[in-house]
Write a protein that binds this ligand. Sequence first.
Ligand code: APR
Length: 306
Amino acid sequence: MKVSIIGAGNVGATCAQFIAMKGIVSEIVLLDIAEGLAAGKAMDLAQSMPALGFDTIIHPEVSDYSKVANSEVVVVTSGQPRKPGMSREELVAVNVSIVESVVKNAMKHAPNAVFVIVTNPLDTMTLVALKASGLPKNKIIGMGAMLDSNRFRYFLSQKLQKPINEIEAMVIGGHGDTTMIPVKELATYKGIPISELLTDEVFDEVIKETMVGGATLTKHLGTSAWYGPGAAVAELVDAIVNDKKKLLPNSVYLEGEFGIEGICIGVPCIIGKNGVEKIIQIKLTDADLVKLNASAKAINEVNGLI
Ligand code: APR
């Protein structure tokens, strides 16, 4: 089993680390145009393997896409991250051409792979990848809502003072500070609706914290986050290569589901060896449907820039 990661920066290298630490593939290709970066990170990661007890082989590459051949999954993390004060949408101009060229190059050698897109603005870059690849829509998955859902679980666990793994929660919609929709009705602690445990006021505070969760980290770090994204990508890759049929929210191309068409946006999906095996059309409240439509409209506006 082989996974290729294009972009060996903060997010790409952390994806490689967590995928290796899950022991789910035998080989990882880490490719980056910056001379020496993939080589250094691959070597450093390989030297962590004995202590961790894994033996995943990590191949560094600069430009030779033939090494990507036979990958089950290609993860795209190449492109600029945001700086403090920036929105993800502001990255569109610089990242479109990067994602387009990377996907076209990878397609020449791994036309059967499932592509996982991480570059921002996520929902627009997922559409760019879909068009550049010419692949069927099930093979292109944008990873944003999984990360947002994990951030939602984090802020809920902080407020409730309960273990994060006993909390279930889901975010759908766009992967943007104003476009994501943390779904109140789906948030539970050990099966108990969290709306029974928090006041509306506190719950709304958690939702606000979740929506700017990435921006808060960017302010602290001076650049965007990597552990959360890397871990979510590793879970997604595991679901694909091991055909786990996991229910995970991801940005996928819609053709009428939830009344939306022609864009990629975060919705609950079953993820397995074919990528998106099924889109789960959960019943949303009228308020959340209004938010989802507004989110789709905002994504459409950014898509208009490509
Ligand atoms: N081919 C291969 N690699 C490229 C290309 C390209 N055409 N263009 C840029 N890169 C590489 C850069 O050399 C850099 O090493 O992409 C890497 C990006 O790494 P970082 O700058 O550390 O950015 P990172 O924090 O990893 O974020 C990458 O993921 O979460 C999103 O918003 C984030 O869009 C950003 C992306």
